[in-house]
Design a protein around this ligand. Structure first.
Ligand code: AMP
Ligand code: MG
Length: 341
């Protein structure tokens, strides 16, 4: 099929395609999503086909306002309304008990469903015009880094989806925070644009799922099915070097092969690009600006797939604030191959 390229003025066309059961690439503030009518099981099945996504990995339903929670969820705890009040519209997904009208195709047969109200104005307009909840995972081929521009999404999805709406680069750059409200205490399943500290300021105690910070052992099952898959991974193997920035930069400079790719903070670019270095170096952003790092992380990982680097080395921030989401994505891209210096 030919993928139609739409702009932010074409929200009505995007909505019409969604209502007719088609697939649309949609800009959100986190990453680009691959959207379909979340009440149409067949349309949702096409998402899994286009991405090559494992069938047991559920999707998030995107809604235009918190009041829609009651249409698709039951036994909604007070905590959900408090979180919605604090962080919606925005980069936070809540796991809640679902109602029967949500197709199994969306939830992968679970009795819970992930719900998010996104903040991107173009995304909100498309959902509002389509008047259905939009089921949307990230718009990458399964296993690849998530797309944060329309061009990145087309790299993976051109010819596989009906249309893409270009809404500019994503302002957050990492996927939504997923918080499970069906257990006590609530549990962080995936760190993202809303930080653990922000969640705790509303909820008090919040547990962190082990899959966020380490590789699970054989037989261990993460609560977010998506967390068990190798993820965000470029083709070359990644090594994360964690620790104080000057030390991790020095370590990489001493150990990286001549042709190895490097992801580093602004301040250390010259350490790797100098002399006659042939290697590609990607800038993660200033060491002190994690928001900027979040916007760069997927672009950095993705860019190496246009090269033939044998390996990739990456600096990473500490895990405070949105640093937890950045380190999680880097560590997962590295299969938790992490060196502490
Ligand atoms: P993506 O949209 O590609 O970021 O993927 C959505 C993420 O949400 C995956 O990691 C899923 O496993 C997770 N997810 C969606 N629905 C649920 C649910 N009902 N329970 C737990 N995790 C979920
Ligand atoms: Mg994804």
């Amino acid at each position: 099929m030919e993928t139609k390229y739409l702009t932010e003025k074409d929200g009505d066309q995007a909505a019409a395609i969604l209502r007719a059961g088609g697939l649309v690439g949609i800009p959100t503030e986190t990453v680009y999503g691959l959207g379909a009518n979340g009440l149409d099981a067949q349309a949702v099945a096409h998402i899994f086909e286009a991405k090559g996504r494992p069938q047991d990995n559920p999707l998030i339903l995107h809604i235009p306002e918190a009041s829609w929670l009651e249409r698709y969820c039951q036994n909604i705890p007070a905590a959900a309304w408090a979180l919605a009040e604090a962080f919606w519209p925005g980069p936070m997904t809540m796991i809640l008990p679902r109602k029967d009208l949500v197709p199994d195709a969306v939830t992968a047969g679970l009795d819970t469903v992930g719900m998010r109200c996104p903040a991107h104005p173009v995304c909100r307009e498309i959902i509002r015009l389509s008047d259905v909840p939009v089921a949307a995972p990230s718009g990458n081929t399964s296993g690849r880094p998530s797309p944060t521009t329309a061009r990145h999404m087309l790299e993976d999805m051109d010819g596989r989806i009906d249309a893409i709406v270009d809404g500019g680069p994503c302002s957050v750059g990492v996927e939504s925070t997923i918080i499970d409200l069906t257990c006590t205490p609530p549990r962080l399943l995936r760190p993202g644009g809303i930080t653990l500290e922000q969640l705790r300021s509303v909820l008090g105690e919040v547990a962190v799922d082990p899959a966020v910070t380490r590789l699970l052992g054989a037989g261990e099952k993460p609560k977010a099915p998506g967390m068990k898959y190798r993820h965000y991974a470029p083709k070359a193997p990644v090594t994360v070097v964690a620790g104080e920035p000057a030390r991790s930069a020095a370590y990489i400079a001493a150990h990286a092969g001549e042709r190895d790719g490097v992801i580093c903070f602004d301040e250390y670019m010259s350490l790797f690009t100098g002399r006659a270095a042939a290697r590609p170096v990607m800038d993660l952003g200033p060491a002190g600006d994690k928001e900027e790092q979040a916007r760069h992380i997927f672009d950095a990982l993705r860019s190496f797939d246009h090269t033939d680097v044998p390996a990739i080395w990456a600096q990473c921030p500490d895990s405070k604030g949105i640093g937890l989401a950045i380190t999680n994505r880097l560590n997962k891209a590295a299969g938790f191959h992490i060196i502490e210096v």
